[in-house]
Design a binder for this molecule. Structure first.
Ligand code: NAP
Length: 245
């Protein structure tokens, strides 16, 4: 998968990590970038960056009609960046399940709808790739935000399944386990974070490098290493943060 001359679509492209992907794709020579958002008016800055290459589209990944419409409109796509995500950040015993349902709706069902709609388009264009923005919360559960992690675990399962299902048509699937990236979503996450543009460049380089399960920042790499050393001890330490044993 080469980024130079690719045609990409980014969901949630109006801010944060998605905006970083649009900028990095342009810097790496993408031929066209479909920058999508629920409110296309919020994509003005993305289009202004390069009006000849950036196409703004309205797209809510939970809206089946808009997802189908995007797949019909973007017949030249070779790279789908499934980035848009929701974070209610609730625990499993939170008073309401509304946040948990929203997270699953966007982070799992929405990303799956996009993958299903664009799989034939990618096949028709030689295979291409699917870049899935998951989270370090797809590797282990942070109990304070357990429902978010559940949606990312589900999306991780989807990545593994799709990787096998899409292999015959030569479509690559890369899962990204982001840790701490500068954005609105992470504004209350303590500690250092990497800029969204750096995150995007890291991910696109890893995609070109042929990686399948990628940890793009120092926070996610540190957690991956600690988790792999002793998964049970890692989970115990997370439980301890909630005051549990
Ligand atoms: N920041 C981090 O440290 C971090 C770490 C791990 C994983 N992630 C993941 O990275 C991705 C991007 O998050 P972010 O950090 O950039 O957060 P963000 O600044 O809050 O941006 C979230 C993006 O997702 C979009 N979105 C929400 N619901 C959508 C829907 N139904 N359809 C289409 N787009 C939708 C938002 O659009 P609106 O502007 O319309 O709301 C926004 O563009 C998410 O999947 C998130 O889970 C982030």
């Amino acid at each position: 998968m080469k980024i130079q001359d690719c045609v990409a679509l980014v969901t949630g492209a109006n801010r944060g990590i998605g905006a970083g992907f649009v900028a990095a794709l342009l810097e790496r020579g993408a031929r066209r970038v479909y920058a999508t958002a629920r409110d296309p008016a919020t994509l003005a800055a993305a289009v202004a960056a390069d009006p000849s290459r950036v196409v703004a589209l309205e797209l809510d990944v939970t809206d089946a009609t808009e997802v189908t419409g995007a797949a019909q409109r973007c017949r030249d796509l070779t790279l789908l960046v499934n980035n848009g995500g929701a974070a209610a950040m609730t625990s499993f015993l939170a008073p309401s399940l509304d946040g948990a349902r929203l997270e699953m709706e966007v982070n799992f069902w929405g990303q799956l709808a996009m993958a299903r709609a664009f799989a034939p388009v990618l096949a028709a264009n030689g295979g291409g790739a699917l870049l899935q923005v998951l989270s370090i919360g797809a590797m282990t559960v942070f109990p304070q935000v357990g429902t978010y992690c559940a949606s990312k675990f589900a999306a991780h399962a989807m990545c593994k399944g799709l990787r096998a299902e899409l292999a015959p048509q030569d479509t690559r699937v890369m899962a990204v386990f982001s840790g701490a990236i500068e954005s609105d979503m992470s504004r209350n996450t303590p500690g250092p974070k990497i800029p969204a543009l750096t995150h995007a460049h890291n991910c696109l380089a890893a995609l070109e490098d042929g990686q399948e399960e990628y940890f793009p920042d120092f926070r996610s790499q540190r957690m991956r290493d600690a988790f792999r050393r002793d998964p049970e001890a890692f989970d115990r330490a997370l439980r301890g943060r909630l005051g549990g044993g």
